[in-house]
Design a protein around this ligand. Structure first.
Ligand SMILES: Cc1cc2nc3c(=O)[nH]c(=O)nc-3n(C[C@H](O)[C@H](O)[C@H](O)COP(=O)(O)OP(=O)(O)OC[C@H]3O[C@@H](n4cnc5c(N)ncnc54)[C@H](O)[C@@H]3O)c2cc1C
Length: 376
């Protein structure tokens, strides 16, 4: 696949239109730890969150399409991390409900996710547990007909603004997932911390939170696979966002270096600067092609193609890191000004190498899988 089909080109155009419409307040929104109401309203009005839910429950497509999500995130992230996060998390936070939720929970909640009337969140990480998710301590137990949840989830995107949390927990000797409405008794949230790239985020404590059995997501004790399927479907969309961010940084650097002269020449023609810009273009285009391929594979079968999603995530986020760093460099002091576009892109690139699978964790897994493929 070398060219996007028309439906994806059209989607990308819709996303670009949305992003352009909110660009004037992107800096303000990207500094917030809570939802920017005007930006959320613009996203709602675009109808794009419908991509995060299946058609049966008010969504756009019969199945959730990772390529559609990736091309949209590519456009949104170049303009606003806040906008990208609001969009992406509707899918990431609700996927386990779409795939493993009871009919009652799906019917009640997924149409609200599709319409951005309910904000979704996925709660995996804990204060002591990040990459090594099998070490979590949040516990679920049965109490008669009900389920009781105890634990502390950390660095949860949308905490405090979410309408519900899809929570990974231990149950007996296995792992389960459970759907917890944010207003359940025993749920408490502390918003923050504020990161170098601020994010709607917080700590969520579940203190004897009781929900009905029908709030279970997936098979009791065997929901780790459901959580992995979520990551397999959406990891590649982080790659899409990273490509869009890198592209935006590169365009900013080209604009600056072709418009400013030193030593009687345009910066874009001086010393290593053309090579830095040219190499960046090569890397962005390479990451984009891999991202589209991995997204198309994830659309066919997410878990079976997890290797490609991981490769694309690593390639695109490392590219975004390198490219934004170079762009700041070639823009000199103007690249350092707080509130400037390039400064915001530089900061926003950084967390992407850590979340949705730390890049070192992913390359470590890829190395093992490669050896296995080659028969060692
Ligand atoms: C902006 C942001 C949003 C987030 N949103 C959410 C959310 O919505 N829900 C949620 O559950 N979590 C969320 N997180 C948490 C995120 O998932 C974790 O930060 C991530 O899983 C990494 O865990 P950690 O930060 O504890 O790093 P650690 O696991 O402590 O890892 C530290 C470093 O060691 C490396 N490392 C770890 N293990 C290995 C290994 N086996 N081999 C090689 N290298 C290794 C990592 O790559 C990393 O570089 C978010 C984080 C950020 C920054």
């Amino acid at each position: 696949m070398f060219e996007l089909e028309d439906t994806y080109v059209e989607l990308s155009g819709r996303a670009r239109e949305l992003a352009t419409g909110v660009a004037s307040y992107a800096n303000e929104a990207d500094a917030m730890l809570t939802v920017h109401p005007e930006m959320a309203a613009a996203l709602r009005g675009s109808g794009l969150p419908e991509l995060c839910v299946t058609a049966e429950y008010g969504g756009a497509n019969e199945r959730i399409d990772p390529l559609a999500i990736a091309v949209v995130r590519e456009q949104l992230m170049g303009v606003s991390a806040h906008l990208d996060g609001l969009f992406g998390m509707q899918g990431i936070g609700s996927y386990a409900v779409s795939v493993g939720g009871s009919d009652a929970v799906r019917k009640e909640w997924l149409p609200k996710v599709a319409a951005l009337e309910a904000i979704a969140a996925l709660a995996l990480t804990e204060p002591e547990v990040g990459s090594d998710l099998r070490a979590i301590s949040t516990r679920l137990r049965r109490d008669g007909e009900a389920l009781v949840l105890d634990g502390h989830k950390s660095f949860i995107t949308n905490a405090g603004s979410a309408a519900f949390y899809s929570v990974l927990c231990r149950e007996d000797d296995g792992y389960s997932m459970v759907f917890v409405p944010a207003d359940s008794a025993g749920v408490s949230v502390t918003v923050g911390p504020s990161l170098i790239a601020p994010h709607i985020m917080g700590e969520v404590v579940f203190d004897r939170v009781t929900v009905p059995e029908e709030h279970r997501l997936g098979t009791p004790g065997a929901a780790f696979k459901l959580m992995l399927a979520t990551l397999a479907t959406f990891r590649v969309s982080v790659a899409g966002a990273a490509v869009g961010l890198a592209q935006a940084a590169l365009e900013e650097a080209v604009r600056h270096t072709t418009g400013r002269e030193q030593f009687g020449q345009k910066l874009a023609e001086l010393g290593p600067i053309p090579h830095l810009l040219g190499s960046s273009w090569v890397e962005v285009e390479s990451a984009r092609v891999l991202t589209y391929k991995a997204s198309a594979l994830a659309a066919q079968e997410p878990l079976a193609n997890l290797d490609y999603s991981s490769m694309a995530k690593v390639a695109a986020t490392e590219t975004a890191g390198r490219v934004t760093d170079r762009c700041v460099q070639v823009m000199g002091r103007f690249g350092l000004v707080s509130g400037s576009t390039i400064e915001r892109l530089y900061r926003n690139a950084r967390p992407m190498r850590i979340y949705e699978g730390g890049n070192e964790v992913l390359t470590g897994q890829l190395s093992k899988r490669l050896a296995k493929r080659l028969g060692y």
